[in-house]
Design a protein around this ligand. Structure first.
Ligand code: BT5
Length: 254
């Protein structure tokens, strides 16, 4: 805690050697009324989760498996933008520990050399027009060597240490992540998401690229031209611009 640079985030820390999912624990604590800024971290997750019931590989002592509880006053429809906000904070934090070029793939991945370093899972509880809580889950592969990934992830996953070419202090990186996240969250609360989305655009590796979009029920290709003020990806298919609010996007090699 001595190394923390934040005023609210991480002032209350729940640390586990092993847990099912830090997001589940954070949601449980949030439902019980815990304060904003509480974080849950674990050395290992047994049932780490991605989106759509996918799994998240979370080996002991090798990553930052982290969830942060927020209690924002903005509208529930703005909550998905918390994922983009977290991606901005994580990319900036990683840029503090390595010069290796990494950037954001819409909506929730940070990639280095086309492979995923970080995944983000935002979950929310809201009633009517008010958010009760938002939990931002972040999985950062810190010191995982290429051969330590299970075979099915070897072609798609990498780590901060692999990008940096040396081991990286998880504690130092965690302090940077919380500092950047608090800064960008304060910006969103005070000025709205527009300046956050501008930062996202600068750190994106998706915009300007030819992409394949796997949206619910269909697949198409086009050029990712922008994100709109709701955080949706705008893809120019040649026959018009399509708006993608949820889905998976792959960047096509040139
Ligand atoms: C994500 O989902 O990328 C969100 C991951 C969020 C993980 C954090 S860890 C702390 C918190 N607690 C949780 O339980 N979760 C959050 P998605 O975009 O659906 O990607 C999932 C896919 O990424 C999987 O189906 C695998 O193909 C791949 N994958 C799994 N583990 C990975 C890893 N460690 N590194 C890179 N890719 C991985």
């Amino acid at each position: 805690a001595a190394r923390l640079k934040t005023t609210v985030f991480g002032k209350e820390i729940r640390y586990f050697a092993e847990i099912g999912s830090t997001n589940n624990e954070a949601k449980r604590l949030a439902a019980e009324g815990c304060p904003e800024g509480l974080i849950v971290v674990a050395e290992a997750q047994n049932t780490g989760r991605g989106r759509l019931a996918r799994g998240w590989f979370s080996p002991f002592g090798k990553g930052i498996w982290l969830s942060v509880v927020l209690r924002p006053s903005f509208h529930p429809l703005d909550a998905p933008k918390c994922t983009l906000m977290a991606a901005v904070a994580l990319t900036k934090a990683i840029h503090k520990v390595t010069d290796a070029p990494c950037g954001i793939k819409w909506p929730n991945d940070i990639l280095y050399e086309g492979k995923k370093l970080v995944g983000i899972l935002t979950e929310m509880s809201a009633e009517m027009d008010a958010i009760n809580y938002v939990v931002i889950g972040m999985g950062i592969n810190v010191n995982i060597a290429p051969d330590e990934f299970p075979p099915e992830l070897r072609d798609i996953a990498t780590s901060v240490a692999a990008a940096a070419g040396r081991p990286v202090s998880r504690l130092a990186l965690l302090a940077e992540v919380l500092a950047e996240l608090e800064t960008v969250y304060c910006l969103a609360v005070s000025q709205g998401f527009d300046p956050v989305l501008d930062e996202w655009r600068k750190l994106s590796i998706t915009l300007g690229q030819q992409v394949n979009v796997l949206a619910p029920g269909e697949t198409f290709t086009g050029i990712a031209v922008n994100i709109d003020n709701e955080g949706a990806l705008l893809v120019d298919t040649g026959q018009g611009v399509r708006r993608v609010l949820a889905g998976d996007v792959s960047i096509r090699p040139p």
